[in-house]
Each structure stands twice: as structure tokens, then as C-alpha cells.
Design a protein around this ligand. Structure first.
Ligand SMILES: [Zn+2]
Length: 98
């Protein structure tokens, strides 16, 4: 994996915490209005890689985030997937991993 340092630690709890924060962000955005265009605006979601020390913010729309949830994938920065993650989709600013 490019950009990976040996001994880098990943933690499922960290990934879950990022997911919880992101789900709340998506819920809040959806409460703000249900205009379709609004859900396609990029918003700052947290990287869900679970890497210890990761504080990457990803510009993802609520619609994209919902699609990731529906496909049971996590969002992560391009060079952040853990060694046992499978990259299932590549987007301009993030990837979906499982
Ligand atoms: Zn990350």
C-alpha cells in the first residue's frame, strides 16, 4: 500500500466512532432541508479508516455517504485503507472500503 508506514495501527472502535459522527452529520444535514441539490453538496465527513491518529476530513455529499452506508462500505481517504480492507469503489476525493 502506498503511503503506509510499518507498524501503523488500525482500530475498529475508531472507525465506528467516526461512523457514528458521520451518521449524525448526515441526519442533521437531512433535517436542514430535503432539497435534492442540498444533499449533493459536499460536506466535511470524517475518514472512517480507523487509523490511529487519523483526523482526515473528506468532502463527501450526504447522498454519497448514504450510498456508502447502503452498500455497507466505509469512506476513507485514498491512502488510508487498512491492510485487510478491500477498496470497493474509487471516487475523486475518497474511496469506499469493506
Ligand atoms: Zn483515515
Amino acid at each position: 500500500m502506498p503511503g503506509r508506514r510499518p507498524g501503523e495501527k488500525f482500530d475498529a472502535l475508531r472507525a465506528a466512532a467516526a461512523r457514528t459522527a458521520n451518521e449524525e452529520l448526515a441526519r442533521v444535514a437531512e433535517r436542514e432541508g430535503d432539497v435534492v441539490a442540498h444533499l449533493h453538496e459536499a460536506r466535511p465527513f470524517r475518514c472512517e479508516c480507523g487509523r490511529v491518529g487519523c483526523c482526515e476530513v473528506l468532502e463527501v455529499s450526504v447522498a454519497q455517504y448514504r450510498a456508502a452506508l447502503e452498500s455497507r462500505a466505509r469512506i476513507a481517504a485514498h491512502d488510508h485503507p487498512a491492510p485487510d480492507d478491500e477498496v470497493v469503489e474509487r471516487h475523486e476525493r475518497h474511496v469506499l472500503v469493506r
